[in-house]
Design a protein around this ligand. Structure first.
Ligand SMILES: Nc1nc2c(c(=O)[nH]1)N[C@H]1C(S)=C(S)[C@@H](COP(=O)(O)OP(=O)(O)OC[C@H]3O[C@@H](n4cnc5c(N)ncnc54)[C@H](O)[C@@H]3O)O[C@H]1N2
Ligand code: MOO
Ligand SMILES: [Mg+2]
Length: 423
């Protein structure tokens, strides 16, 4: 007799997975290898930026007061006493009537309190650049990039959990992080189950299909920053499957399987979890697709097993809602959930929704609004619609059909993410 499964709400399922999730420890790596990793330490400014008052232009450093009465008819004259480039420190001090020729980025010489752009000065003939004229007044502080105006020493620049992007690397390099502490990356094994499966390179045979889920899941894992390991596909043979799953667990942090979690005669994952003595957190969720998504964990080894559905769209959604946020939590990621946004439904969606439906859709911004339209056939076993989806429409369980123009919520698949799971 088929066991009656009790389905739990999506939020409850997410909660069960994420309350137990912990970040792995950190590791020091070279800044060159840190792209896409997640900071495991707060980054604090240990000096001012810029570290000194500097010139933002090529021109002359002067005492502004010398130009108070300067005009076209009555130019202020200056003796050029030194020339410095960026990286130099002036040997001389600027005093009244003198100027130091300065390049962009160079430290402001002592005594100077303004920089005049080269274009606003003129050389006195015959002085070989030793004398310049300025024909308009400047104020103290003009054209100076002040020490600390970008960042003051001691300010917290980046909180741990942030993804290391090119811009983050600029900050890390500014503050001398030749090595940076990042969270370790979980190693995630992928096993596809099903005697119907062929490898990608194999020609089709009657009754068989190619194993598309494995490649999709490996890519989804990679997108979270975790390390995907493909552990092959399994025929529907219990003993062999049990053997391979138990073996796989030694070398990985998390195991993701696809297929074999429903009530079919060859759906062996439930029995495998049982034989492993794994604690099943849930095996039925009030959602479509992915209602048979199952999550279990080996208590002693803190190893997690995500049993995603075989149906490609169910498999995809199950990863995005449960496994993805879990893997990001292991990497200390702050915005570990898909970001949810308001959108306007741009077509009718007449189907009623006994469960919360996550419909693959395409969103686009027009005139300040986000519009969402389903892509392809909305069925759990559809695979092609995944290629065009950039969001999941959320249609809450218990609702009737939706009309075009109604406001709904969507989960963005390539968004910034969010630190809260909100439907
Ligand atoms: N009588 C019932 N039948 C089913 C139920 C149910 O409650 N009662 N649940 C349905 C739901 S909901 C889902 S979702 C599917 C998922 O079941 P499984 O996780 O056991 O998936 P499989 O049966 O192994 O395969 C389902 C489907 O997906 C294809 N598949 C499997 N692996 C792959 C892969 N790697 N790449 C591409 N496609 C794959 C497989 O050939 C099947 O067509 O069960 C419903 N049934
Ligand atoms: O739960 Mo499933 O709705 O067929 O993916
Ligand atoms: Mg099945």
């Amino acid at each position: 007799m088929v066991e009656r499964r009790k389905s739990i709400p999506v939020e409850e399922a997410v909660q069960r997975v994420l309350t137990n999730a912990k970040a792995l420890e950190g590791e020091e790596i070279r800044i060159e290898e840190s792209d896409g990793r997640y900071l495991a330490e707060d980054i604090v400014a240990d000096h001012d930026v810029p570290p000194f008052n500097r010139s933002p232009y090529d021109g002359f450093a002067i005492v502004a007061g010398d130009t108070a009465a300067a005009s076209r008819d009555n130019p202020a004259l200056f003796e050029v006493i030194e020339t410095i480039g960026a990286g130099d420190v002036a040997e001389k001090e600027v005093t009244n009537g003198s100027a130091i020729r300065i390049m962009t980025g160079a430290a402001l010489p002592k005594g100077a309190d303004a920089v005049v752009m080269l274009e606003l000065t003129s050389e006195i003939d015959g002085s070989e650049g030793r004398q310049i004229a300025i024909k308009r007044p400047f104020k103290s502080g003009d054209n100076i990039s002040w020490q600390g105006e970008d960042t003051a020493s001691g300010s917290i620049l980046l909180k741990k959990g942030r993804k290391i992007t090119p811009g983050v690397k600029a900050v890390l390099a500014t503050f001398g992080y030749a090595h940076v502490k990042v969270y370790k990356r979980p190693v995630v094994g992928v096993i596809a189950t099903g005697s119907e499966l062929l490898e990608v390179h194999e020609p089709l045979e009657p009754g068989k299909i190619r194993n598309s889920n494995a490649h999709m899941i490996l890519a989804q894992i990679r997108q979270t920053g975790a390390i995907p390991v493909y552990l092959d596909q399994l025929k529907d043979d219990f003993d062999q499957s049990f053997e391979r799953v138990s073996l796989a667990l030694d070398a990985i942090d998390v195991l993701i399987t696809t297929g074999g979690v429903s009530v079919g005669d060859f759906d062996y994952l439930p029995a495998i979890y049982e034989k492993l003595g794994a604690e099943v957190l849930f095996n039925k969720v009030g959602m479509r697709p992915g209602s048979v998504t199952t999550v279990a964990k080996l208590k002693d080894q803190q190893k997690w097993l995500f049993g995603l559905s075989g149906n490609p769209s169910a498999c995809f959604v199950g990863f995005e809602l449960f496994a993805g946020p879990y893997l990001k939590t292991m990497q200390g990621v702050t915005n570990r959930f898909l970001q949810s946004e308001e959108a306007v439904l741009s077509v009718d969606f007449p189907k009623s929704n006994p469960f919360t439906r996550f419909v693959r859709c395409r969103v686009k911004r027009e005139g300040g609004h986000l519009y969402a339209a389903p892509v392809g056939l909305d069925k759990s076993n559809v695979v092609t619609s995944l290629a065009d989806s950039n969001a999941l429409m959320i249609l809450p369980g218990g609702t009737r059909g939706y009309k075009s123009g109604e406001s709904i919520k969507v989960l963005l698949l390539q968004g910034e993410g969010s630190d809260k799971f909100c439907l």
